[in-house]
Write a protein that binds this ligand. Sequence first.
Ligand SMILES: Nc1ncnc2c1ncn2[C@@H]1O[C@H](COP(=O)(O)OP(=O)(O)O)[C@@H](O)[C@H]1O
Ligand SMILES: [Mg+2]
Length: 344
Amino acid sequence: MGTPPLLDATNVVAYLRSRGVDVAADARVTDLSDAGVSSIVFAVAGPGDDDPGVVVKRARGELAVAEPWTAPRERTLTEGHALELATRVARDWSPPLLDLDEDTLTLTMGHAPSGWQTWKELLLSNDPRPEVASRMGRLLAGWHGAAQTHPDAMAQFDQSEAFEKLRVAPYYRVAAGRNPDVRALVKDVCERMLATRSALVHGDFSPKNILVGDGSWLIDFEVAHVGDPAFDVAFLVNHLALKSIHLPRMAHGFRLAADSFLLSYGANAAGSLAEVATSQHVFQQLGCLMLARVDGKSPAEYLDREGRDRARAVAKSLLLDPVEDVSTAWRRIAASAVDSERVA
Ligand SMILES: Nc1ncnc2c1ncn2[C@@H]1O[C@H](COP(=O)(O)OP(=O)(O)O)[C@@H](O)[C@H]1O
Ligand SMILES: [Mg+2]
């Protein structure tokens, strides 16, 4: 497949109309690409004033980060199939898929109602909303369980290339390579993850991919695959943990959100998935992912030098001296602030 013509703010409306998507010829176009590194994303206003419009998305071959990083563009198809499945698993918990263009690898979905925000924006404005965390636990448990409830659809997610290129290599392998003292432990956790195929994993379960208003939507399913549920669970807790290091005065709220999320996941997950939230493996995954956001290829941009040192220390402690609950993990986060003051 050749590279399709560039999708940009000047041709996206014509493109949508050529696909039969209902947008006005003079519709307003907003570039949302800056919000993410892996895709070209545009919001296009709807034909009516009260119509929130659509979002068009096409995966980049080369990611917008400092270090060279490529991933297969077919992940847009994975995302389209996931949006279709999401409608079957839990209606209203993801945007409706309006068009999936297999020739140019472009998808079009409904835009969230006006006034909705990402959960990341709410978290950073000191409004952690434990009820959103709780809803996310329920949503994720349902999504993971699709491997059992919708087995017919799983062949579409039986792929590992995007996950390998977007997560395993840049996160686990790079971070392990840069930290010889925990290399073997990171490798063990990674191998266990790659050998587990018990859930439909989202792969980017981050607060910036959760849109919140009077309902909530999960978006950005590019890396969806059949794999290890602990990855998604730890991925979200890691965002809350890193933000607790970055914004210590809000750490308590983030801990409550992490608690609500894990509790709700455990209460709503079926069968063996229910044990995931309280397993040591989840907190070891948390250690790997924390280390990855300091020493991997996609470092958390908001951490300063001290924050990175603290995150690295907490990450290693979670690997070397495993924990099984949020309170202990957050105590280590708090202690790392005291330790770093002592060193300074
Ligand atoms: N359906 C949607 N409705 C409203 N905003 C959206 C929608 N889809 C994406 N966005 C916004 O665009 C941003 C980037 O989209 P996303 O699918 O997450 O792409 P990327 O893979 O680049 O992260 C999101 O963080 C969100 O702010
Ligand atoms: Mg995103």
